[in-house]
Design a protein around this ligand. Sequence first.
Ligand code: T5A
Ligand code: NA
Length: 213
Amino acid sequence: ENNRNSDSRGALIVLEGLDRSGKSSQSSRMMSYLEGLGVSAELWRFPDRSTCVGQMISSYLANKSDLDDHTIHLLFSANRWEKRSLMETKLRTGTTLIVDRYSYSGVAFSSAKGLDIEWCKAPEMGLLAPDLVVYLNIPPEKAAERGGYGGERYEQLDFQRKVAHHYQVLRDPSWKIIDASLPIEDVEKPLRDMVLDCVKTCKKGKTLLNLWS
Ligand code: T5A
Ligand code: NA
């Protein structure tokens, strides 16, 4: 009985991909699915625009303020650090977190601007390591066709091509890749299987690790 909390640990599941790859659509569909199954879960997203740091990020993305590339990188990272302890509490008390973007976005987008990749990774060290990273894979050209970019700073085809390349540099063999250019239901189906599998493994008490491990 004393081990009840560790027995019921929630899973840290991260969705990554280019702008318009379908992360937000899939995260919210996943939440309804998990809810229906009675799995305790929350949907998180980064940047979390609700905090003071998040508001600075949001203003930068909307081109309402300019920041040095290093500065904005550290703000994105700080925005994850300010949620780290709550994240750990949720996971250890059995809540699964579906997270729309995480440290990999931080590194892929900043290194696509030309910042050194090791420098980009450094401030992410010590954040919680995801139990599952799913990359929604879509050609940048195809993503750009979806609803048109809304004018935020990084929503340009040339830049998204560079980001796609840097995601490939960052990617490790544990990542699951889904063809995100398929219809929504065909992306959702394999994603459900991956998520349920991960939730089960974590429930059995899989160790919670830190990045980058
Ligand atoms: N960033 C982020 C950093 O630089 N560093 C960091 O550390 C972090 C965390 C904001 C920006 O910040 C950068 C990355 C971003 O450029 P954001 O707020 O997550 O990040 O914004 P976006 O990723 O741009 O969110 P989008 O809403 O554009 O993309 P999604 O969530 O991937 O896509 P979604 O689900 O909203 O779908 C886009 C459109 O496509 C349709 C949807 O209906 C919608 O219209 N769609 C599909 N159409 C056909 N087939 C499918 N399978 C479809 N799936 C969705
Ligand atoms: Na989104």
